[in-house]
Design a protein around this ligand. Structure first.
Ligand SMILES: Cc1cc2nc3c(=O)[nH]c(=O)nc-3n(C[C@H](O)[C@H](O)[C@H](O)COP(=O)(O)OP(=O)(O)OC[C@H]3O[C@@H](n4cnc5c(N)ncnc54)[C@H](O)[C@@H]3O)c2cc1C
Length: 392
């Protein structure tokens, strides 16, 4: 069996692992990334691509820690998208340079007071009727509409932009072939018996999303624990040119529905529906969930017609560090365990924050670039397709 030593091995090529690989290689580390499936194919490419500034978490009127931790993210991503940030994402596509928040008429006064509050200055703008997205210019629209300082990204294009510069350091491995060899609580090596390969590193970084739970079990490490938050998303693919990027809010603190719109390969659009619809729809069958979504859209946007509409649902878990009572974690998470680091960004938007935390941990532990750049005899990893291409 051939043994290859490198500085850092990242397990898992979602947004967290790919962002981190870029940062680490910029710092001169010999870092490689191993992926058992397809790059972005866990949660990342199935996310709605919203780079939150935290405003939706402040809907109860008080800015929580979650809203504060995430507030810097839109500007940080914007710098990258303009080619001036920590990572060059200038080849990635922005689907919308703002996300919107709308309420039905009855909430208008509550919202006005909330958004006028000093705490939200700079995060939310009022907009004139003519500047509204087309869907909200219809005469039947009675509610209030606000523009949030948040972006919506074409996530597959982000995954491409993060992968391309480092493709020769990103490898596909088989889940069944991966063995964690551990000794006194430390990872001694990763072995791939079918490939006759043994990989060692100064630090092993687990960014495998939901897959990190099994990796921790194989390593026989009990902390940190992971939680799953299940979602039942709805996708409607249609031929109207009517992009929507918005949360619809009601009296509760969570959006009733969050709609994002994604281009498809044949020039159609896919509306991707999440928010409370996806959280409360976990108990519904696919048919029940589709009818709940159709009813909700009919109630909220009765003037909208979607020609050639085809509906599908997607069950997917969010993977995060365990919190009490399945609450949302407040910020990105990175925790050292022996010679490993476990990271869950908890949101796509917080991938830069997770990378900062890992870099800080490596610095605190005195991990310096040291390994030689040895070619690794493994195949490259493919990039995942968006669900609106594979489900229909
Ligand atoms: C439906 C949905 C919508 C969302 N919308 C948003 C949003 O709009 N904005 C936002 O900020 N956040 C959003 N999120 C959250 C966001 O998508 C996740 O927090 C983020 O993508 C997690 O990234 P990750 O890299 O940790 O995990 P993942 O993207 O899940 O990547 C993990 C990778 O690890 C690989 N892997 C698994 N096991 C192994 C192993 N043993 N060895 C090697 N590789 C392995 C997987 O194949 C996968 O590619 C959403 C999440 C969901 C589910």
């Amino acid at each position: 069996m051939q043994t290859i030593h490198t500085d850092l091995i990242i397990l898992g090529g979602g947004i967290a692992g790919l962002w981190l690989l870029n940062r680490l290689r910029q710092q001169g580390y010999h870092a490689i990334l191993l992926e058992t499936g397809e790059l972005g194919g866990g949660q990342s490419i199935r996310s709605q691509g919203i780079i939150h500034g935290g405003t939706k978490y402040a809907l109860n009127g008080a800015l929580t820690q979650a809203a504060n931790a995430i507030a810097d993210m839109p500007d940080r991503w914007r710098d990258c998208l303009q080619g001036n940030g920590e990572i060059d994402l200038s080849s990635a596509d922005i689907l919308s340079d703002a996300h919107y928040l709308w309420s039905k008429g009855s909430l208008a006064s509550k919202m006005t007071a909330f958004f006028a509050s000093k705490a939200l200055k700079g995060r939310v703008d009022d907009i004139s009727v003519t500047d509204r997205p087309e869907v909200f210019q219809h005469k039947q629209f009675r509610g209030s509409l606000y523009k949030l300082n948040e972006l919506v990204l074409n996530v597959p294009s982000v995954v491409h932009a993060l992968t391309t510069p480092h493709a020769e350091h990103i490898f596909k491995i088989s889940k069944d072939d991966l063995q964690i060899i551990h000794n006194n609580g430390e990872i001694a090596a990763l072995e791939l018996p079918e490939q006759q390969l043994r990989l060692t590193a100064q630090r092993y970084i687990l960014t495998a999303g939901e897959g990190s739970e099994k990796l921790l079990q194989d390593w026989q490490v009990s902390q940190p624990e992971m939680q799953r938050r299940p979602l039942h998303m709805v996708i409607v693919r249609h031929s109207a040119d009517l992009p929507v990027f918005a949360h619809c809010i009601s009296a509760g603190s969570k959006p009733l529905v969050t709609i994002t719109s994604h281009p498809t390969d044949n020039g159609e659009q896919a509306w991707y529906l999440g928010g409370d619809l996806a959280e409360t729809g976990v108990q519904r069958s696919e048919e029940e969930q589709i009818s709940a979504a159709q009813k909700l859209l009919q109630e909220l946007l009765p003037w909208v017609e979607l020609p050639n509409a085809r509906w599908a649902t997607l069950r997917i878990n969010r993977a995060e560090p365990r919190q009490s009572a399945l609450t949302r974690p407040d910020s990105a998470f990175a925790q050292p365990v022996a010679n490993g680091i476990i990271g869950w960004p908890t949101k796509l938007a917080l991938a830069p924050d997770m990378s900062d935390q890992v870099l800080n941990l490596l610095q605190m532990q005195g991990i310096e670039p040291a390994a030689a750049n040895t070619p690794i005899p493994l195949p490259g990893a493919p990039i995942a397709e968006p669900v609106w291409e594979t489900l229909f």
